[in-house]
Write a protein that binds this ligand. Structure first.
Ligand code: AMP
Ligand code: FE
Ligand code: FE
Ligand code: ZN
Length: 281
């Protein structure tokens, strides 16, 4: 049976595995189609292209974008775009810059709280990855400020002072426009309990193509509600494991377990194909 996972991360953002390692693992878990959806970068996707052919896994272009909407951050999943599209690549450059700027501000807040970390050591830890809070969490743990990643988020990184830092991430509507013009589709990532029904409707009106109905944070009932909504609105159904890697353990709770039926991938690809034919005509 063909199964897909349209939500995974690699070392190009805050994942633990390289794209090659992830593809090998995905193959061993029986997956046939994968999207590498790193935070605001397609470097992992590009790195995985050759390996995907070698191991025989279909790799769909993907990215998870942090965007701004009503003064909050919302994660969008984009798929099937032209990875060489210049507006898209410029968007990713700006997103990378916004991540660095935000990390500078995060360090300032932490320093004010008496936490002795500096920007360069967090960047060094990330080894060229698109910087994010998990990299800061790792440094906080290393220096004894937190017991583990969850603790680092509870104590510092998910606290108001840091959550309220103004950022320069793209607005949700401009991100949607850029992805669509690059021939791709946009899905709301892990909507879970994060948005009200009215907010979901607003996002649909903004031009979202799909909803990530299947995600480890969604229990069966949440999955059912979003699937019904997507079907009633004629939207794509997407889903995946949001796998970030488990280097210290052979146990992968969700990779190969939280999966998406291949018919949904086919629908997604049809939408992209139609969109691209509109763009080229
Ligand atoms: P950022 O991209 O900097 O906003 O960081 C978001 C990432 O941090 C998410 O994709 C998760 O990988 C991770 N994350 C967010 N919240 C938590 C949490 N409470 N515990 C552990 N990891 C988290
Ligand atoms: Fe992440
Ligand atoms: Fe996310
Ligand atoms: Zn994710």
């Amino acid at each position: 049976m063909s199964r897909a996972d349209l939500h995974t991360h690699t070392k190009a953002s805050d994942g633990e595995l390289t794209a090659k390692e992830l593809l090998k693992k995905a193959k061993s878990k029986g997956l046939t189609t994968l999207a590498i959806t790193d935070h605001d970068t397609i470097d992992g996707y590009l790195e995985g292209l050759k390996e995907s052919e070698r191991v025989g896994i279909e790799l769909i272009p993907g990215v998870e974008l942090t965007t701004l909407w009503n003064n909050r951050e919302i994660h969008l999943l984009a798929y099937g775009f032209d990875p060489e599209n210049s507006d898209l690549n410029y968007l990713l450059i700006r997103q990378k810059r916004a991540r660095k700027l935000r990390m500078h501000k995060i360090v300032q807040v932490l320093n004010k709280q008496g936490v002795e970390v500096d920007y360069d050591e967090i960047m060094a830890y990330a080894r060229g990855a698109n910087i994010g809070r998990p990299h800061a969490a790792a440094v906080l743990i290393k220096k004894g400020y937190a017991a583990n990643v969850a603790d680092a988020f509870i104590r510092y990184l998910a606290k108001k002072d840091i959550m309220n830092i103004p950022t320069e991430f793209a607005d949700v509507d401009s991100a949607i426009r850029i992805i669509k013009k690059a021939g791709g589709v946009v899905s709301i990532a892990h909507p879970g309990p994060m948005y009200s029904t009215d907010e979901i409707k607003e996002l649909i009106l903004l031009g979202i193509d799909g909803i990530e109905c299947i995600h480890p944070s969604h229990n069966f009932n949440v999955q059912k509600v979003f699937t019904a909504l997507a079907k009633s609105m004629n939207l794509l159904i997407t889903g995946g494991s949001d796998y970030h890697g488990s280097p210290k353990s052979e146990y992968d709770p969700y990779l190969g377990v939280v999966t998406l039926g291949i018919q949904h991938v086919e629908a997604l690809k049809r939408t992209c194909k139609n969109r691209r034919s509109l763009i080229s005509n």
